[in-house]
Design a protein around this ligand. Structure first.
Ligand code: SF4
Length: 255
């Protein structure tokens, strides 16, 4: 059993059947080759239609830029499963924005994921774990529910971009992570392109962007950003943390 499977078993997740490393590496190389020169729509087409039809889920935070990926997905297939982590610590604005985008884009298979009542009582009975151990809080509120929800899928799509963090600077349009292929159609987009796409398609904005939140996560771990600060400076401010764990790892890690 691989290290990932041991960790999954401890978390109560079913170990995934192991694919041969050589097969995975060969398919990843073939997918990366097919993704070459494609724009965001083309990469999504590769995942949702050509290679993993009916076996792909999109992960979305319904944050500041999420409308871009969701619009591109809805244009191909509005019934694509969309996985949304409702951690129990989100801004009310994010929940209302989720509902609005679902209506505007006609998203037909939006799945909200949360830790169970039992897990909340066991791991964070007073709801303040974030103030003592953000990694443990992200693990039970985000990573574990997402791992469970992804079990039936062979591929996932994320809205990650290279410009966002140091770790993401090395990402490729197709990766393999924790037992499935991962597509990043917006990998090369910058803030200007995102803004232009939102404008062109008249997409609704997350209401907190106007209020000084260019990147939006859970309420206790997100603050406003001052003029001149990095656009993700408000996420886990003051901590050496810029990822919640659900998207950690880059190309090929996990093979
Ligand atoms: S972002 Fe903060 S509140 Fe949300 S799950 Fe992670 S530590 Fe908990």
């Amino acid at each position: 059993m691989s290290n990932v499977s041991v960790i999954d078993a401890k978390r109560g997740l079913r170990p995934r059947p192991a694919a041969s490393d050589a097969n995975v590496a060969a398919r990843l190389a073939a997918l990366q080759d097919k993704a070459k020169g494609r724009d965001a729509h083309g990469i999504l087409q590769l995942a949702l239609v050509e290679e993993f039809a009916g076996k792909t889920a999109v992960v979305s935070s319904f944050g500041a830029e999420s409308a871009v990926l969701l619009k591109l997905v809805a244009d191909i297939d509005p019934n694509t499963p969309i996985l949304f982590l409702n951690t129990g610590k989100l801004f009310g604005e994010t929940l209302r924005y989720r509902d609005r985008l679902q209506d505007v884009l006609g998203l037909g298979d939006l799945r909200s994921l949360s830790p169970s009542l039992d897990e909340r009582q066991k791991k964070d009975p007073d709801g303040t774990l974030w103030s003592r151990d953000t990694d443990a809080c992200c693990d039970f509120r985000k990573t574990i529910p997402l791992s469970r929800a992804l079990e039936p899928f062979q591929a996932q799509v994320t809205g990650r971009k290279r410009f966002q963090t140091r770790e993401r600077a090395d990402m490729l349009p197709v990766e393999y992570f924790e037992g499935r292929y991962r597509f990043n159609p917006l990998w090369q987009w910058d803030l200007h392109q995102l803004e232009a796409f939102m404008e062109r398609n008249n997409l609704p904005r997350h209401p907190l962007v106007e209020d000084g939140y260019p990147s939006i996560g859970c309420m206790p771990c997100t603050r406003r950003v001052a003029a001149g600060e990095d656009y993700r400076a408000g996420r886990w401010a003051g901590l050496d943390k810029d990822e919640c764990g659900i998207h950690s790892g880059i190309d090929g890690e996990g093979i």
